[in-house]
Ligand binder design. Structure first.
Ligand SMILES: Cc1ncc(COP(=O)(O)O)c(C=O)c1O
Length: 422
C-alpha cells in the first residue's frame, strides 16, 4: 500500500467518524514496514498491513508541521538564529514566528517561552532549574522525565513529599492536601497533566487550589498538548513542559513556559534563549512545533472519535484474551480516551510487543524510554504490583487510527495468543 493510499483510507475513515478534514492526516510514519521486512519496499515477501497504535510514544507530524519545515528549507532560511548576518536574521524571524504560534497554543506570552530539545529537558529545566525549594512533591507513577529531576532536587536537600494516587492513576487531592499543608516552604509541586501510560487527566485546578501562595507548580504537558485544553493547563501552572513529537511536531524539540517574574537557573550554559538555555535552537523542530500548536484545538476535536475506537478495541481484546484487565480511569471525564492500558494474564508484555511487531502491529509495554530497558513499567508496578506490570500492554490511538486498524490489531493479538503454550 502506498503512502497516498494509507492517507486516503485514513481520511475517509475520519470523515465518516465525524473527524477532521485533512491537514492532520498521518503521513509516512503509519505505513512503515515491520522490522522483519526489507526497508523501502525492497525485494521480499509482500508487507502485511501495518498498524500503528503507539501514538503516546511518538505521533506522526501533522501536515502543517511538514509544510513549515519544507517551506523553511525551500526559502533557504536554515541559518543560525544567533548569527548577525542576513541568513541568521531570516532564521531568527522564523524562530520567533514559531514562538508566537506556540504562545498562542498555550495562551501565554511568547517572551516567556524557551525552546528545548524536548519535554525531558524542559522538565529538567523547570524542576532542577527552579530555585532550590525546601520541599518537593511528586507522584511515584510519573514519567522518568519528572522523577529524575525531582529526585535530584531531593538529593540536594529538599524534603520529598509523595503525592498519593487512586488505583486509576488520578491524584488523590483530598489526601494530598494534608501532606502538602504539612510540608516546609517554599514547595515545588510537579505533575504530568496527562499520564503517559493510562491517559489519566489530572485535576490540575484542584491541585493548584491545594497549594499555598508562593508554592510553585510545574506541569509536564507532553501527553496533554493536542489532547486537552492547553490554555486551561497553563492557567493552573507556573511552568509547563511540552514535547514536539507527541502533538504533531517532530522529536528533538520541546519548550518550557515560565510564568513571568519567576526565577530560573540555566542547566546548560550559553547565550541563547535569554541565557537560560544554551545551544543553537532546533529551528526545524521549533517550526514544526509552532505550526502544530496552531492545530491543537482542532486536534482535540479530531481525538473525540478515538474514544469509541478505543472502547471497541477494549471489547475485542477482552474477547481475545480471557481475564484481561483494563487499567486507568473508567470515568470518561478523567481520561483522554486514546489509551488502552491492559494487563493480559499469562503474558510477558515485552515478548508480546515483539510478537505483535512481527505481525505488523506497533504497541508498547510502557513508556517508550523505559521499554528499551526491558524493565516492566514502574508506574503500573507502583499501582498494581510488578507481576501485573510485566503483563501490561499500552495501545495508544491517534488521529489517523481507523476501525480497520482496531480489527487488524485484535486479529494479530488472537494469532499471537493462539501460539502461546497452554
Ligand atoms: C509525560 C512525559 N514527559 C516527558 C516525556 C519525554 O518527552 P521528550 O521525548 O520530548 O523528551 C514523555 C515521553 O514519552 C512523556 O510521556
Amino acid at each position: 500500500m502506498t503512502t497516498d493510499e494509507v492517507l486516503g483510507v485514513n481520511a475517509v475513515a475520519l470523515d465518516s467518524a465525524g473527524g477532521h478534514d485533512g491537514p492532520m492526516d498521518p503521513p509516512l510514519s503509519t505505513s512503515s514496514p515491520p522490522s522483519s521486512l526489507p526497508p523501502n519496499g525492497g525485494p521480499g515477501p509482500a508487507a502485511p498491513p501495518t498498524v500503528y497504535l503507539d501514538h503516546s510514544a511518538s505521533a506522526p507530524p501533522c501536515n502543517a508541521a511538514l509544510d513549515a519545515i519544507a517551506a523553511l528549507l525551500r526559502r533557504g532560511a536554515w541559518g543560525n538564529p544567533s548569527s548577525r548576518h542576513w541568513l541568521g536574521q531570516r532564521a531568527r524571524a522564523s524562530l520567533e514566528h514559531a514562538r508566537d504560534q506556540l504562545a498562542g497554543g498555550l495562551g501565554v506570552r511568547a517572551e516567556d517561552l524557551l525552546w528545548t530539545s524536548g519535554a525531558t529537558e524542559a522538565d529538567d529545566l523547570g524542576i532542577a532549574g527552579a530555585p532550590q525549594p525546601a520541599a518537593i512533591a511528586w507522584a511515584t507513577i510519573e514519567h522518568p522525565a519528572i522523577v529524575g529531576p525531582c529526585r535530584a532536587v531531593r538529593d540536594r536537600g529538599a524534603v520529598a513529599v509523595e503525592l498519593p494516587t487512586h488505583p486509576d492513576g488520578k491524584l488523590d487531592v483530598a489526601r494530598a492536601q494534608a501532606l502538602l499543608a504539612a510540608a516546609p516552604r517554599p514547595l515545588l509541586c510537579v505533575v504530568a497533566a496527562v499520564h503517559h501510560e493510562l491517559g489519566t487527566i489530572q485535576p490540575l485546578a484542584a491541585l493548584r487550589a491545594a497549594l499555598a501562595p508562593g508554592d510553585r507548580l510545574h506541569v509536564d504537558a507532553a501527553q496533554a498538548a493536542g489532547r486537552v485544553d492547553m490554555q486551561a493547563v497553563s492557567r493552573c501552572a507556573d511552568s509547563v513542559a511540552v514535547s514536539g513529537h507527541k502533538c504533531g511536531g517532530v522529536a528533538g524539540t520541546g519548550a518550557l513556559w515560565l510564568r513571568p517574574g519567576l526565577p530560573l537557573r540555566a542547566r546548560v550554559e550559553g547565550a541563547q534563549e535569554r541565557g537560560l538555555r544554551g545551544g543553537t535552537e532546533n529551528l526545524l523542530g521549533a517550526l514544526a512545533l509552532g505550526a502544530a500548536s496552531e492545530e491543537w484545538t482542532r486536534r482535540v476535536e479530531a481525538h473525540l472519535p478515538l474514544r469509541g475506537l478505543r472502547d471497541a478495541l477494549w471489547r475485542s481484546v477482552a474477547d481475545v484474551w480471557p481475564g484481561a484487565v483494563r487499567q486507568g480511569p473508567q470515568d470518561p471525564a478523567d481520561e483522554t480516551g486514546h489509551v488502552l492500558s491492559v494487563a493480559l494474564p499469562g503474558a510477558d508484555a515485552q515478548a508480546l510487543v515483539e510478537a505483535l511487531d512481527v505481525e505488523g502491529v506497533a504497541v508498547s509495554a510502557g513508556a517508550a524510554c523505559s521499554s528499551g530497558s526491558g524493565q516492566p513499567s514502574p508506574a503500573i508496578a507502583a499501582l498494581h504490583g510488578e507481576a501485573r506490570a510485566k503483563q501490561t500492554l499500552r495501545f495508544s490511538l491517534g488521529v489517523g487510527t481507523t476501525q480497520e486498524d482496531i480489527v487488524a490489531a485484535c486479529a494479530a493479538l488472537a494469532r499471537v495468543r493462539a501460539r502461546l503454550p497452554r
